[in-house]
Design a binder for this molecule. Structure first.
Ligand SMILES: N[C@@H](Cc1ccc(O)cc1)C(=O)O
Length: 340
């Protein structure tokens, strides 16, 4: 395991990208955003507070979350100040999926998962220096809120017509099952989080997956109405495999970041199996290798070099980032032994 703030978990330290926004664009990390020019200027200026939230829907984060974790890390390396939010309250409600209602887990289970996610989050952020990260739990401000205050003070800023247009909500409304009022309310809670973090910590940017766009806009709209301020958000693309299969699954199972749920060996193997047509995009998104380094791999892949150096580097970098050097070396040795 990496220790918080250890050299290993801080891969990429010390490199000053010319403009972190341009770097994020080059890495293919920006799918949707508020005004691009404004964001670019904001991120080129003095340190800003930004946040990204993670719901405790399982005892571990998975590969989809890794994109967010590393994006947070990139922004922190550029001098900005991260807030990692764990959804102790939103995890009790459930972000609507386009397909079907989520299972509601007990409060005790969710609280247990909150703790696990918090320690996972800590591994990707730095807790030193002026832009030290903070970890928060949205249960802190949601639990004390009464139903009456929620409806009168927050609900009044939301129009149902706008809420039903959100992607996941509209597809659920079109389904036979429909959507519970519980899940329908989710976007309000996420909006409230942004408002709270804006008020408490001066947070001006929320990041997330592009599928979170509705939830991100919920917050920017609420802050505009209540505080008269315009704040920012961007969404990273959903990662897809060029052959049309789902990324981040192995035999139908999610690839978890917890070593007990997915061994460093299987994790390493997963990355090693990356297709030539996907490997460069993965290096950009999942490693801290510089542009010239990645371009070298790009040239090598184009010549059909049989040694799969790009895949090996990718597997090495990501496994080291997630599981540390010792576990990575063990995984490599095992693969080497089994192929003899
Ligand atoms: N809705 C996010 C998690 C989240 C929760 C609360 C927030 O304030 C922000 C993000 C997701 O499902 O991935």
């Amino acid at each position: 395991m990496n220790k918080r703030g250890s050299a290993e978990s801080m891969a990429g330290e010390g490199r000053e990208p010319e403009n972190v926004w341009d770097e994020l664009v080059w890495r293919g990390l920006i799918q949707v955003s508020t005004d691009r020019e404004e964001l670019r200027a904001l991120l080129a200026g003095p340190p800003v507070v930004y946040y990204c939230g993670f719901d405790p829907t399982a005892p571990s984060l998975h590969l989809g979350h890794l994109v967010q974790l590393l994006t947070m890390r990139r922004l922190q390396l550029a001098g900005h100040r991260p807030v990692g939010l764990v959804g102790g309250s939103t995890g009790l409600i459930g972000d609507p999926r386009p397909t079907a209602e989520r299972t509601l887990h007990s409060r005790a289970t969710v609280a247990e998962w909150v703790d696990k996610l918090k320690s996972q989050l800590e591994r990707y952020l730095s807790f030193e220096g002026d832009n030290s990260a903070r970890i928060v739990d949205n249960l802190a401000w949601t639990a004390p809120l009464s139903a009456l205050d929620y409806l009168r003070e927050i609900g009044t800023h939301y129009r149902v017509g706008t809420m039903v247009k959100k992607d996941a909500v509209s597809s659920r409304l079109a389904s036979a099952e429909g959507i519970s009022y519980t899940e329908f309310s989710y976007q309000i809670l996420q909006g409230l989080d942004f408002l709270e973090l804006h008020r408490q910590l001066g947070c001006v940017l929320q990041t997330g997956g592009a599928d979170q766009w509705g939830n991100l806009m919920s917050g920017t709209a609420l802050i505009r109405r209540v505080e008269g301020k315009s704040v920012h958000a961007f969404g990273t693309p959903l990662i897809t495999n060029s052959d049309g299969t789902k990324f981040g699954k192995s035999e139908g199972n999610a690839i978890w970041l917890d070593a007990d749920m997915c061994s460093p060996y299987s994790f390493y193997r997963f990355w090693l199996d990356t297709d030539d047509s996907d490997v460069i995009a993965r290096l950009k998104i999942f490693t801290f290798l510089s542009r010239p380094e990645i371009e070298e791999y790009e040239a090598a892949v184009a010549t059909d070099a049989p040694d799969r150096a790009a895949q090996r580097r990718l597997a090495f970098e990501v496994t080291t980032q997630v599981h540390g050097s010792a576990a990575t070396e063990t995984a490599i040795r095992r693969i080497h032994d089994s192929s003899r």
